[in-house]
Design a protein around this ligand. Structure first.
Ligand code: SF4
Length: 179
């Protein structure tokens, strides 16, 4: 519990106050999520942090099981203009990345950020890991790692719904893996 209190102070320093503590068993990893990436997503193969540039579903399950604590961060946002989506995402992601670094430097050496979507750091993505233009910063999104974000969020009482257009309020989720 002392660990959580210490971490919560760090989260607050970085402005992240809307979160829930999860255990690995709360992360709902499912094969169907990967199939949705492979069939139906127009970005398949175009993003360096998305399938097929990620571990198998079985490896993702194992990854999530290797941590003591998981902080699930909630971001609720309504955008007047769809063009705001990328700048907002980049700024929020950078804040989370700074927090991951701080948590690491505090001594939680396994700290790892699972982002709230595909990496959008560059205007044009390499589409693979080896050619990534910012290997230090790129992190996979939860869905890319097979997480059923809808079920995971609903299980802990967070809102999430399918959106029909960009003007609807988004509920996005990122995960900070800690031990
Ligand atoms: S950092 Fe750039 S090149 Fe690397 S995955 Fe993200 S968008 Fe693609």
């Amino acid at each position: 519990m002392a660990k959580r209190e210490e971490l919560e102070k760090l989260f607050a320093q970085y402005g992240f106050t809307d979160f829930r503590w999860l255990k690995p068993k709360n992360i709902r990893v499912a094969q169907w999520v990967r199939l949705r990436c492979m069939f139906g997503c127009p970005a398949y193969g175009l993003k360096g942090t998305c399938p097929p540039n990620v571990p198998s579903i079985e490896q993702c399950r194992e990854f999530f099981s290797e941590f003591d604590e998981i902080a699930m961060f909630h971001f609720q946002k309504t955008l007047a203009d769809p063009a705001e989506r990328v700048p907002w995402g980049r700024e929020t992601f950078q804040g989370l990345l700074n927090l991951e670094r701080e948590v690491f430097l505090t001594g939680y050496y396994k700290a790892f950020l699972v982002a709230f979507g595909p990496c959008d750091q560059c205007e044009e993505c390499s589409g693979n890991r080896v050619g990534c233009k910012d290997k230090k910063s790129a992190r996979p999104g939860a869905d890319a790692l097979g997480v059923d974000v809808y079920a995971t969020a609903r299980d802990v009482g967070y809102p999430v719904q399918v959106l029909r257009d960009y003007k609807e309020t988004m509920n996005r989720y990122a995960f900070l893996m800690i031990e």
